[in-house]
Design a protein around this ligand. Structure first.
Ligand code: 5GP
Length: 228
């Protein structure tokens, strides 16, 4: 540790947290998640593997790792996935190595995953997980957003809307709920949750030493000011 590290222990001794964000398709969690990651240097986005085909504009390794069903089977067999699930007729899973590397480096990891994946990670790492469910303000709004995205066929959109009704029943399993009526407001709420969770003592192992040193510090009282 350098002298600077000792003076600013919070910069070197953090315990990473796992931010699990779920919502029905089209409720805005992907935009919220990507902005939060862009705004916080210590937060990385977990890039999932999926058997679904890329949408127009999606890039390998940026939105997802697009893999064949056989490759996905190999990843499961090789223990390479932290969790995985069937969602809307495809399989999605979280590669284990990048998450473990980030946590070992004290970074936080954000997961844009469905309720099944969130449940698996929460069970495996309950102390480190913080889960947030994003709800749309109305079903009509959700349908409008899915149509406006214009990335999926009508039948895929219908399937996602139907799947969404089952998905939202799981809101009760989450620590925080955000209704995404207004993006800026929802984003501010997400930021507040993240910042508050980061301030919990268990996530800051530097605190006991820091407070011990603080308590033992001797200070020379400044000369008493004369009152006018
Ligand atoms: P989309 O096809 O719209 O990108 O994602 C469909 C759903 O799969 C979304 O609810 C998304 O959060 C979820 N999903 C994405 N990656 C993963 C993952 O690694 N694991 C699980 N369980 N769900 C995922």
């Amino acid at each position: 540790m350098t002298q600077t590290d000792v003076a600013r222990p919070w910069e070197v001794q953090r315990r990473g947290l796992l931010l699990l964000i779920s919502s029905p398709s089209g409720a805005g969690k992907t935009s919220l998640s990507r902005r939060l990651v862009a705004d916080h240097g210590d937060l990385i986005l977990s890039i999932s593997a999926t058997t679904r085909a890329p949408r127009p504009g999606e890039e390998e390794g940026r939105e997802y790792f697009f893999v064949s069903p056989e490759h996905f089977d190999d990843m499961i067999g090789g223990g390479q996935l932290l969790e995985w699930a069937h969602v809307h007729g495809n399989r999605y899973g979280t590669p284990r190595d990048p998450v473990e590397a980030a946590l070992a480096a004290g970074q936080d990891v954000l997961f844009d995953i469905d309720w099944q994946g969130a449940a698996q990670i929460r069970t495996a790492m309950p102390q480190d997980s913080v889960s947030i469910y994003v709800l749309p303000p109305s079903w009509a709004d959700l349908a409008r957003r899915l149509n406006a995205r214009a990335q999926d066929s009508d039948s895929v959109i219908r399937g996602r809307l139907e799947g969404g009704r089952e998905e939202i029943e799981h809101w009760v399993e989450y620590d925080y709920i955000i209704v995404n009526k207004d993006f800026d407001r929802a984003y501010a709420d997400l930021g507040h949750v993240y910042r508050a969770e980061r301030m919990k003592p268990a996530r800051n192992p530097w605190l006991p030493d820091f407070v011990r040193r603080l308590a033992s510090e001797t200070t020379t009282p400044s000369p008493a000011r004369s009152t006018p």
